[in-house]
Design a protein around this ligand. Structure first.
Ligand SMILES: [Zn+2]
Ligand SMILES: [Zn+2]
Length: 471
């Protein structure tokens, strides 16, 4: 399987899938509800339950984190496991039952590592957990797998044909990791021996399974090579425990790698775990808001603007004061040219935007002007705020249009002198028109003698007087 991305956001890894719609979704499109963690999210298009892909697309590939597997095996659990093997080689008497128990503990421990790593965790299990009665069962199951593999190999050797022997040999080596993964996770001999179940592990990982096998093979050989190097200089009594210790250490590294591979391909493997860095949920109101925004976006990208509008309208019932919801709703109405709905929504949206983000208010006002050439907001404070922002953007004509005759349109508005001072600045500084600016300032002097910014009026008048003489 190749790495999948969100159908609507090509940079976001996919975490969900809808089979009927043939769509992959990232966390971007499927926000989770922290107040209902067991709730299975629905497909934004068909409302069917989505299939969780786990960390298959978000997890780092196992070959990019090789050092972490070696570090994993340096924790107290794996080190005591390796030490146990080394000590047993030196001190344990050759009593069959004792060795049987040791192998049982070893099998159980290594299976435990695969299982723990398959959850994406970074903590190795402790050795104590392997001293359990069901360890014997795990051991005998694993032993059965190995014996069957040996029998197959022995049968192949019976053909006295090199090609057949090596083909079977390689097939067994390739199948063993998948079989061990199956056994440690399913704990059933049936699935560890079933070609279908083993094949599913290989299919799920594709060619990456071969990479895994190569790494496992190298790790498997490592203790032997170390032993071979040491065999020249060291006495046997030192070398045997060293090789045993290394075997334990590399065994844990191998199992940590197999377990992580399961974690990475959990979606295809049918084992679904979220992992340590699973997607975080949102509190219910925020979740509803994000869900509406995400689903509306999906619908728009599917060309279903009508449904998107319904979704946003529904969300606005609860989040009437939500800037983002209102902005999306406005933009969508404008883009589908829903003229009357768009103009009807503006008296609600413009004051909100003017208060929270004047740039958005300006954008909405310019949109409105395209729908209706003489559009004016019916709120003087909104007119003033938008005009101010328009002037900052050097759109003087649009700004002055908003302020024209403000005292006639809104006689009770207390901000008129401030707005007209703004207009006078617009005329003089942006358009270089001295006369209308002078008239506006005169108007402020006569009508609003108590205006608190009179100092600025006087200043601007002085500037205008100089300009008048000079020009
Ligand atoms: Zn997305
Ligand atoms: Zn669907």
């Amino acid at each position: 399987m190749d790495k999948r991305f969100c159908h609507y956001h090509s940079a976001r890894p996919a975490t969900w899938q809808c089979l009927p719609c043939e769509r992959h979704y990232g966390d971007c499109c499927v926000p989770l509800n922290a107040d209902a963690p067991d709730y299975i999210p629905a497909c934004p298009l068909c409302r069917d339950n989505l299939r969780f892909l786990g960390a298959a697309n978000t997890a780092q590939p196992f070959w990019e984190r090789l050092p972490s597997f070696f570090a994993y095996a340096l924790q107290s659990g794996p080190l005591s496991f390796a030490a146990l093997l080394a000590l047993a080689c030196v001190f344990m008497p050759s009593v069959l039952v004792l060795w049987l128990l040791l192998f049982a503990v070893a099998t159980k421990y290594l299976h435990g590592v695969i299982e723990a790593a398959s959850f994406g965790g970074h903590d190795a299990p402790s050795l104590i957990e392997a001293f359990r009665l069901d360890s014997l069962q795990a051991f005998f199951q694993q032993l059965a797998v190995f014996i069957i593999a040996l029998v197959l190999l022995w049968l192949a050797a019976d053909f006295h044909n090199e090609a057949i022997y090596w083909a079977v040999n390689i097939a067994i080596m390739l199948a063993l990791p998948a079989s061990i993964i199956r056994l440690s996770l399913d704990k059933s001999l049936g699935s560890a021996l079933s070609p279908a179940e083993i094949g599913q592990v290989m299919r799920a990982m594709g060619w990456r399974y071969l990479i895994l096998c190569v790494f496992l093979f190298i790790l498997w050989q490592s203790p032997t090579y170390v032993g071979w190097f040491l065999s020249n200089g060291l006495p046997r009594v030192v070398m045997v425990p060293v090789v045993a210790f290394l075997s334990g250490y590399f065994g844990v590294v191998m199992c940590a790698m197999m377990g992580y591979a399961v974690f990475q391909y959990q979606g295809e493997l049918g084992y679904v775990m979220a992992g340590d860095e699973g997607p975080a949920g949102f509190a219910a109101p925020e979740w509803r808001r994000r869900k509406a925004l995400a689903e509306a976006e999906v619908r728009v990208k599917e060309g279903q603007s009508g449904v998107a509008l319904e979704i946003l309208l529904e969300a606005l019932r609860e989040g009437a004061q939500d800037l983002k919801l209102n902005e999306r709703y406005h933009q969508l109405l404008f883009s589908v040219n829903a003229r009357s709905e768009c103009l009807k929504h503006l008296p609600h949206y413009l004051p909100l935007a003017a208060r929270l983000n004047p740039q958005l208010a300006v954008a909405a006002f310019l949109n409105a002007r395209q729908l209706q050439a003489d559009y004016l907001p019916d709120d003087p404070a909104v007119c003033e705020r938008i005009a101010e922002t328009l002037l900052e953007r050097h759109k003087a004509r649009e700004a002055l249009g908003l302020l024209r005759n403000l005292h006639k349109r809104f006689p009770d508005y207390p901000g008129i002198p401030r707005a007209y001072l703004l207009a006078a600045r617009g005329f003089s500084e942006e358009l270089g028109q001295v006369e209308p600016a002078r008239q506006l300032l005169m108007f402020i002097r006569q009508r609003y003698p108590a205006f608190e910014q009179m100092g600025e009026v006087v200043q601007l008048e002085a500037v205008l007087a100089r300009l008048g003489k000079g020009g």
